[in-house]
Design a protein around this ligand. Structure first.
Ligand SMILES: Cc1cc2nc3c(=O)[nH]c(=O)nc-3n(C[C@H](O)[C@H](O)[C@H](O)COP(=O)(O)OP(=O)(O)OC[C@H]3O[C@@H](n4cnc5c(N)ncnc54)[C@H](O)[C@@H]3O)c2cc1C
Length: 385
């Protein structure tokens, strides 16, 4: 089947044209999101039978690469929305329709954000420091701080989690969805970062933000788990986020190639750097590194689409993809800057912005330390205390 696409070249060109200003002014790309919404992009993963575009995860991965090549921060902001639709889609494909409301919400124009990260909590998905207080009818009220909530200016639905400590001997993590206008939510205007500035990933303070029983996805024991909801988050997040950084890396490589063809070398009788053996090797090296990322992402997205069960190695393998992508993107960013020369160091140069954006990859889960711990445990057994 030919891969389906929702993003036209014209739309991507318009988004790219706006990216530098949003970075310089530290503003959210409202026009990008409006255009993406008009193009049906926010419904990309909603199954066709629910009215959406019905793209597969693999198709969306390719689209996210193209979008990130135009504006990484815009791609990252909408990525978090797609993650939740991806979770609902995986569950529905397994016959669990408990979070199909995500499809209905998205078709009604709601925008989802990802309220998982918490200050000082490197357990990430596997244990929350926030509170989830039961309301007695199956719903919960969430209280705590969520950091780096991408798309802060526009989200209307937040997927989040907290710990139900009503039984102090057996705290349970509760995953649910709150609405922005439902009360108990404060979004701080505190995003001022080195890169990914337009993602506006501000701090979200939850103070009794309520999710009724029909918006609670699951209540599970903290700790690593293959629970389908958590696996859905883990896999959708890692694969779509990795796609963003692969698209960014491709754009850096393309810009480096253009620069090498344009820049001339006095040492080499005014010939372009494209004829310089060192520049050629540097660019080739970056391209070889990037080339290796595509098949792995394609294989993993296809396996998620096909509900393939890779058993206990799924999570370490997904984490390894994200780690390899984030490390390779740093290498490509440095090589691209070197190949493009000092001009790329100027703020007005797109590469300098992408170089800053690329660094964000290392902060997303799974962290370098966690992925090594996962693999070591898988191969050597747990660390003895
Ligand atoms: C561009 C970008 C977008 C992101 N988007 C999302 C998103 O949409 N949703 C999401 O859930 N996550 C998102 N993340 C978050 C990411 O997944 C990490 O959780 C985040 O980068 C924090 O990493 P860290 O724990 O290494 O940071 P740290 O440096 O350890 O901490 C980050 C913040 O928490 C504070 N902090 C650290 N320890 C404590 C403590 N003990 N007490 C109080 N405060 C403390 C720090 O001062 C700092 O402000 C995003 C990250 C980036 C870089």
């Amino acid at each position: 089947m030919t891969a389906r696409t929702l993003l036209t070249d014209e739309l991507l060109a318009a988004i790219r044209a706006r990216a530098a200003a949003h970075d310089a002014e530290n503003t959210f790309p409202h026009e990008d999101v409006a255009d993406l919404k008009a193009a049906g992009y926010l419904t990309a993963l909603v199954p066709a039978e629910s009215g959406g575009a019905g793209l597969t995860l693999q198709e969306l991965s390719h689209e996210q690469m193209r979008l990130a090549a135009a504006s990484p921060a815009t791609a990252l902001a909408v990525n978090m929305h797609h993650v939740w639709v991806g979770v609902a889609r995986q569950l529905a494909a397994r016959g669990d329709h408990s979070v199909d409301f995500v499809f209905d919400d998205v078709m009604a124009g709601e925008i989802y954000a990802f309220g998982i990260s918490e200050p000082g909590n490197d357990l990430v998905l596997f244990g929350s420091t926030a509170d989830a207080k039961p309301d007695g009818t199956g719903g919960f009220s969430f209280t705590g701080t969520k950091i780096f909530t991408s798309g802060s200016p526009v989200w209307t639905r937040l997927g989040t989690f907290g710990a139900d400590r009503s039984d102090p001997d057996r705290p349970m993590d509760v995953f649910g969805f709150i609405t922005r206008d439902g009360g108990g939510v404060t979004v701080k205007d505190d995003w001022d970062t080195l890169g990914m500035r337009a993602s506006q990933s501000c701090t979200t303070i939850l103070n009794g933000a309520h999710a009724p029983a029909d918006r609670i996805a699951c209540r599970i024991e903290p700790g690593p788990t293959m629970h389908p909801f958590v696996f859905g988050i883990f896999s959708s997040f890692i694969l779509l986020t990795s796609s963003v950084y692969v698209g960014l890396a491709q754009r850096m490589l393309d810009l480096a190639v253009e620069a090498a063809k344009r820049r001339t070398s006095a040492k080499n009788s005014g010939r372009a750097y494209a004829q310089d053996p060192d520049a050629r090797r540097r660019i080739a090296q970056a391209a070889i590194a990037l080339d290796g990322l595509y098949p792995q992402l394609d294989r993993a997205t296809a396996d998620i689409d096909g509900l393939v069960d890779r058993g206990p190695m799924w999570m370490p393998q997904l984490s390894a993809i994200k780690y390899r992508v984030s490390e390779t993107v740093q290498e490509i960013a440095t090589s691209a800057m070197k190949a493009a020369g000092g001009a790329s160091y100027f703020t007005k140069n797109e590469l300098s912005r992408l170089y800053r954006d690329a660094l964000a990859a290392v902060f997303h889960p799974t962290s370098e330390d966690s992925v090594h711990g996962m693999w070591a445990s898988a191969l050597l057994g747990p660390l003895e205390s």
